[in-house]
Design a protein around this ligand. Structure first.
Ligand SMILES: Cc1cc2nc3c(=O)[nH]c(=O)nc-3n(C[C@H](O)[C@H](O)[C@H](O)COP(=O)(O)O)c2cc1C
Length: 185
């Protein structure tokens, strides 16, 4: 897929087939992620690949429960209260692959680095027919000491991006956006 077409047609994909993304493809996508620009050349990113469906399902339930019980701490999630209490809602869109990107806080630039890596990965995945969706809901649970320890993430790394991933069930229409604000015109 040509790069401008890729940028112009990429959407958040939330409906996936059951086909599992191979480790080879995931490693390829991660490497493409690390081609992103990064502050002071420090490459502050680190990755966790999750493909254990039972773990992903259980993390979805824990996230919903935790957020529903602690909504006062997360004003930006208030609008989603009914989702969090809906038994049908799955935080990771029923994906069988979730990729988590952590940034090394020793670099001032880690949030930018990891966000750019996530952007690369989402676009590269789109060009391969793989849908991705950034899952902001996952932040509180996947950034805990307990989760990081289980997956070998050093303490100085903090979560920046979580992506649910899978081969797209159906193609989505291109994104629609408001006219950009250009302040000096
Ligand atoms: C920082 C960030 C957090 C997001 N969190 C979620 C999320 O938790 N769940 C979800 O379904 N989509 C999430 N999204 C996807 C947005 O809802 C989506 O990008 C937006 O509605 C525009 O749609 P599009 O990506 O299909 O063009 C998130 C996107 C970003 C960049």
């Amino acid at each position: 897929m040509e790069v401008l077409e890729c940028i112009n047609t990429k959407r958040s994909g939330r409906a996936y087939t059951d086909e599992l993304i191979s480790q080879e493809t995931l490693h390829n996508l991660i490497e493409l992620g690390t081609k992103a620009s990064n502050g002071s050349g420090l490459e502050s990113w680190g990755f966790v690949i999750m493909q254990d469906k039972a773990e992903i399902d259980s993390l979805s339930e824990r996230t919903k429960q935790y957020l529903a019980d602690n909504l006062e701490k997360y004003p930006y999630f208030h609008q989603y209260e009914s989702w969090l209490t809906n038994p049908k809602f799955h935080v990771f869109n029923h994906a069988n692959t979730v990729l988590v990107i952590y940034g090394n806080t020793e670099s001032h630039w880690h949030v930018y680095d990891c966000s750019l890596a996530a952007g690369n990965i989402m676009l590269a995945a789109h060009s391969m027919g793989i849908g991705t969706c950034w899952i902001g809901f996952a932040e509180p649970i996947l950034n805990t000491k307990e989760f990081k320890k289980k997956h070998g993430v050093p303490e100085e790394y903090e979560l920046v991006s979580t992506l649910s991933m899978g081969y797209m069930k159906v193609a989505l229409p291109s994104p629609k956006r408001k006219k950009p604000i250009i302040f000096n015109k």
